[in-house]
Design a protein around this ligand. Structure first.
Ligand code: GUN
Length: 302
């Protein structure tokens, strides 16, 4: 293996320690801790496990945390009412509605109802606009792109003037990370290309990339010959390709694969993120960072 592994699990521990220390300091000085509510509608098993981990992490770093679990048939009106309640709650600084929502609920309407100043997911159009403007305007960068940028910076990868190619154009990863990498500033200032299912020659674009960020949701999409020797490869794909029995717990767990052929790519890349244990752990970590930031904005110390 020639590539350096960028381990999200290790970076997560560093950042969570930083957050825990800051929360304790704010509590002592200002007598308040960040408050996070997660709203889960229904019983989607993947959503339950994500939300449980978010709340567990919030508890670990010293936040006031609420998991608000609602039945699958909760009406849209009732959900909007809940959001209104948390928008007005002074002890809550971050509101997260776990996606996907049941089909009878208009996702856009729900996300738009969250107070942009408590939108720690960064999905509200106001925060999407702030991200587009960049600089001081940005309040809550969306968590997965923020995690990706943090990994690139902490790994010491040069971004200024780098060719960044983003594979995928989702609102949650592809579009925002492309936007973040082209802004002026630390961990950015790159030349960015977004490629997608409509792109004619994926391989030739990827081959130019000093930093290749892949968020396509297609297992093994990126072939080793698409990777420039020495490039930094960030694999955002989390694809369930089967099941196995966990040696630790004896329970059935998913076998996960990224969007990159990891075993071959690690011999060519300069840096690479594994799946699992790469980008995945960073998303919840950055949610904690955004929630802390929300309180700091409110206290005027951000
Ligand atoms: N479902 C899967 N990922 C996410 C996320 O980052 N935020 C929310 N709200 N829902 C999700």
């Amino acid at each position: 293996m020639s590539a350096k592994l960028i381990k999200g699990t290790e970076i997560r521990e560093q950042i969570l320690e930083e957050i825990t220390a800051e929360v304790a300091e704010i509590k002592e000085k200002h007598g308040v801790v960040p408050g996070l509510v997660t709203i889960l509608v229904g019983e989607n098993p993947a959503s339950i496990s994500y939300v449980t981990l978010k709340i567990k992490t919030a508890h670990r770093v010293g936040f006031h945390e609420i998991q608000d679990s609602q039945p699958v048939d909760l009406s849209e009106e009732a959900l909007l009412g809940l959001i209104d309640k948390y928008n007005k709650d002074d002890a809550i600084h971050g509101i997260l509605v776990q996606l996907p929502l049941p089909k009878h609920v208009d996702e856009k309407k729900v996300l738009n109802a969250i107070d942009p100043d408590k939108d720690v997911d960064g999905f509200h159009p106001v925060n999407v606009g702030r991200l587009m403007i960049g600089g001081d305007e940005v309040k809550f960068p969306p968590c997965t792109p923020a995690g990706i940028q943090e990994m690139i910076v902490r790994a010491g990868v040069e971004t200024k003037g780098a060719e960044v190619v983003v594979v995928g154009r989702s609102n949650i990863v592809g579009k925002p990370i492309a936007n973040m990498m082209l802004q002026k500033g630390v961990g950015a200032n790159s030349t960015v290309t977004i490629v997608h299912t409509g792109t004619k020659d994926l391989a030739s674009h990827c081959q130019r990339a000093d930093i290749l960020i892949v968020a396509a949701g297609v297992p093994g999409l990126v072939k080793p010959e698409w990777i420039k020797p020495g490039a930094c490869v960030i694999d955002v794909g989390v694809n369930r390709i089967g099941e196995k029995i966990s040696e630790k717990t004896g329970k059935k767990i998913a076998i996960l694969s990224g969007d990159v052929d990891f075993d071959a790519a690690k011999e060519i890349a300069g840096w690479i993120t594994p799946v699992p244990g790469g980008v995945g752990p960073m998303t919840i970590t950055m949610l904690m960072k955004n929630t802390l930031k929300s309180l700091k904005f409110k206290l005027g110390i951000a």
